[in-house]
Design a protein around this ligand. Structure first.
Ligand SMILES: [Zn+2]
Length: 84
C-alpha cells in the first residue's frame, strides 16, 4: 500500500495506541486513570479517521480487490472452461 495518507493515519494510530498502553500500564496511579481514558478516546478517533479514509482510498480498495474476489476474475474462469 503506497498511499501517504494511509501511512500517515496508521502512524498516528500507532503513536496514540502506544500512549494509551503506556498510560494504562500506569493506571494504578489515580491521576493516570483520567489520562488513560482520554488517551483511549484519542486512539479511537485515530482509528475511525483511518477507517473513514480507507472507505474512499483507492489503494485500500485495490488491496481489498486482490483478495478472494480476484480468483473470480474472467481470465481464471476461461482457463477452467478450456480444461473442460
Ligand atoms: Zn489511503
Amino acid at each position: 500500500m503506497d498511499c501517504l495518507i494511509c501511512k500517515d493515519l496508521e502512524r498516528v494510530l500507532e503513536s496514540k495506541r502506544s500512549k494509551y498502553i503506556a498510560a494504562r500500564s500506569a493506571a494504578y496511579y489515580r491521576v493516570s486513570t483520567e489520562l488513560a481514558a482520554s488517551n483511549n478516546v484519542d486512539m479511537e478517533c485515530a482509528k475511525s479517521d483511518l477507517e473513514e479514509h480507507q472507505l474512499v482510498c483507492s489503494s485500500a480498495a485495490e488491496a481489498r480487490l486482490s483478495g478472494p474476489r480476484a480468483a473470480m476474475a474472467p481470465p481464471t474462469r476461461q482457463k477452467l472452461n478450456e480444461k473442460n
